[in-house]
Design a protein around this ligand. Structure first.
Ligand code: F6R
Length: 235
């Protein structure tokens, strides 16, 4: 893993932007795997303020809450539109449909989308418990798109975005670790002290399903962009 310790999220965003620009220079019809959450926001801002052109590119998001539609400002589709897609148009944007009546069929549909559009570059954040996407500790490494019951720790971490903890959806649809690992390149962002243990376990710990992000040690092209606080427990 190529670990870059940055002094600000803006600096991290510029490093990621360069990797995106290099990818688009190779193929302007690239497929980008995208994440929501606080970690990629500075990057999306930098992308919006740049002259980067995504109009031939495809995006595939990691996940979506079950039961929230695009009008709900906590849905991931809403987040992606307001932070990126409305300002930087892509050729096509794929997200799991959290309102699908048949969730099993929706996971199959999403796997087909990922198979048809192999991901060139995947953005990830990391949970305090080491989750990537909504792949919580214990999730098998070869899993594809699936419906997840959120853990109490993730519900609590996400409660800050909702009126209260009870308003946080209990389920999500998530791209699986198996699909994430098929991405040709991966950028993982982590900022702040609350991520320090997960980053230590991911980079220096053993590869174990107890720390889902530790699987990234098995990938040959991962750039980890972290600040001093997230790096504070590294040797
Ligand atoms: C979001 C996602 C999650 C977040 C993770 C970190 O699409 O898949 O795995 O990346 O929970 O969230 P933040 O960046 O808010 O700390």
């Amino acid at each position: 893993m190529d670990v870059k310790i940055v002094s600000s999220q803006e600096e991290g965003a510029q490093i990621a932007l360069k990797i995106f620009q290099d990818q688009l220079a190779k193929n302007n019809a690239s497929v980008f795997g995208l994440a929501t959450g606080s970690s990629p926001i500075a990057f999306y801002e930098a992308a919006v303020n740049s002259d980067i052109d995504f109009t031939k590119a495809t995006s595939i998001n990691l996940d979506e809450y079950v039961g929230l539609d695009g009008n709900n400002d906590q849905s991931y589709i809403y987040f992606m539109k307001s932070n990126l897609f409305d300002k930087k148009p892509f050729k096509v944007n794929y997200l799991p449909n959290g309102m699908a009546k048949d969730l099993a069929a929706e996971t199959k549909r999403y796997d087909q989308i990922i198979d048809d559009n192999p991901i060139d570059l995947q953005i990830l954040g990391i949970g305090r418990n080491g989750h990537i996407g909504f792949n919580e500790p214990g999730t098998p490494f070869d899993i594809t798109t699936h419906v997840v019951d959120l853990t109490p720790s993730t519900i609590e971490a996400n409660a800050r975005f909702f009126e209260n903890k009870d308003a946080v959806p209990r389920q999500a649809i998530s791209m699986g670790i198996g699909s994430i690992m098929k991405s040709k390149k991966i950028i993982l962002f982590a900022y702040g002290e609350s991520k320090a243990q997960a980053i230590k376990d991911t980079i220096e710990g053993s590869v174990t399903t107890h720390v889902p992000a530790s699987v990234l040690q098995n990938h040959n092209d991962v750039t980890v962009i972290i600040d001093q606080a997230a790096a504070s427990l590294l040797k």
